[in-house]
Design a protein around this ligand. Structure first.
Ligand code: PLP
Length: 409
């Protein structure tokens, strides 16, 4: 057990995933492990696969891997593509960049587009807004030989707090009349931000357990369209553990070709039950409300929200840009040491310039207000000049916008 230096109370895990796991899910995970080839397990497996389809909003299969999200990224690419295939990717932040690097290592030819110039605050322009569908359309129109085999974008960019418009990307591909597959990473968006695998014509959706699904890290997903399954028949990148065909065959009866993460799957069953009982629209609305409360706080402090386009604010996390010359990681360290509150670090090209506040998982108005109080005190202790009280602003927002439902999902 890791030593908790703090004498009492709970740690405030306000990073944008892993998110705080509800007690109900922790209790489910602690149940005795069962035989993964026994009759009970098949019933559980079938129930999970059907529940996941509802969360991904798809009629097509969802594959579960005992792996972190990175594994599911790799699975999406190796099942559908062949060495040397060109892939169009959009730079929205650190996670889009990591997916692009992974594609390179697999022997693909990723083309990374976006505006890598810096804005007045020294932040990469592409890291402040979502995927620009018109740029994708223009690039696909220019690819008359159809060399590009897939378009890969991140839905909720966890490093910046931007949720891209995936329907617009689909429209761009269609407008260009291009046959590329559409692959989307919604590792941190699923089950908190509206996401529609089928309606948006996504071919492979990649997600993970430790964010919106409120589970610990350790399982991840590929939702696959019939077109992606067709592509898998001719794709030649080497794959064994990640191969969809064997998994899908065994999933027919609720089993897996290897030992699945039995106890995390108990947790997943509980999470699906919680989500589907409350209803996805209610869950999405609750996160929009929290996100706006947090943004009210950032504005009242007089600090900048990393996402510069209000149309694509993330309901899951908010990036807070600190004034030039202030080391955001030093502020985070003070907040952690003084108030036992973990905030997300600035990643990659925004390291030291910003921190991230997660508003997902097991939280409510009061825990969020406490987290904002920790931020406010830490900012003051670090000498960051604040225009006003963010906590007061968030309180005013929550008080004047009653929650639609109180079921703690
Ligand atoms: N993509 C996004 C958007 C993420 O937020 C993360 C992790 O935070 C990943 C991919 C990588 O997933 P993992 O760390 O579970 O391998």
């Amino acid at each position: 057990m890791i030593l908790n230096q703090h004498p009492s109370g709970r740690h405030f895990l306000q990073i944008p995933g892993p998110s705080p796991v509800p007690d109900r899910i922790l209790r489910a995970i602690s149940l005795p492990t069962i035989d993964h080839r026994g009759p009970e397990f098949g019933v559980l497996g079938l129930k999970l696969l059907a529940g996941l389809q509802q969360v991904f909003q798809t009629r097509h299969p969802v594959i579960i891997y005992p792996a972190s999200g990175t594994g599911a990224w790799e699975a999406a690419l190796v099942n559908t593509l062949s060495a040397g295939d060109a892939v169009l990717m959009f730079e929205t932040g650190h996670f889009a960049s990591l997916w692009q690097k992974l594609a390179l290592r697999l022997g693909l030819q990723p083309e990374f587009i976006g505006d890598s110039g810096l804005d007045a605050s020294g932040i990469p322009l592409s890291w402040r807004r979502g995927v620009q569908a018109d740029q994708i359309e223009a690039r696909l129109r220019a690819d008359s030989a159809h060399r590009i085999k897939a378009v890969c974008v991140v839905h909720n960019e966890t490093s910046t707090g931007v949720t891209s418009d995936i329907a617009a990307v689909r429209r761009a591909i269609d407008a260009a009349g291009h046959p590329a597959l559409l692959m989307v990473d919604t590792i941190s968006g699923l089950a908190r931000a509206d996401y529609r695998h089928d309606d948006w014509g996504v071919d492979v959706t990649v997600s993970g357990s430790q964010k919106g699904l409120m589970l610990p890290p350790g399982i991840s997903f590929n939702a696959v369209s019939p077109k992606a399954l067709e592509a898998a028949k001719t794709a030649t990148l080497p794959r064994a553990f990640w191969a969809w065909d064997e998994i899908l065959a065994m999933n027919q009866t609720g089993y897996w070709p290897y030992t699945p993460s039995t106890n995390l799957l108990y947790g997943l069953a509980e999470a699906l039950d919680m989500l589907l009982t409350q209803g996805l629209p209610q869950v999405f609305a609750r996160h929009q409300r929290w996100a706006e409360g947090v943004r009210c706080a950032v504005r009242a402090w007089g600090l900048q929200i990393q996402c510069a386009d209000a149309a694509v604010y993330s309901p899951v996390l908010t990036g807070v840009v600190l004034p030039a010359g202030i080391d955001a990681d030093r502020v985070r360290k003070t907040i952690h040491e003084r108030f036992d509150l973990s905030l997300g670090t600035g990643l990659g090209r925004v390291r030291g310039r910003m921190f991230r506040i997660g508003h997902l998982g097991d939280c409510n108005d009061l825990t969020l207000l406490a987290a904002l109080a920790g931020c406010e005190m830490g900012l003051q202790l670090s000498g960051v000049p604040l225009a006003g009280s963010g906590v007061q602003a968030a309180m005013a927002h929550f008080a004047s916008h009653p929650a639609a439902a109180t079921i703690p999902v």
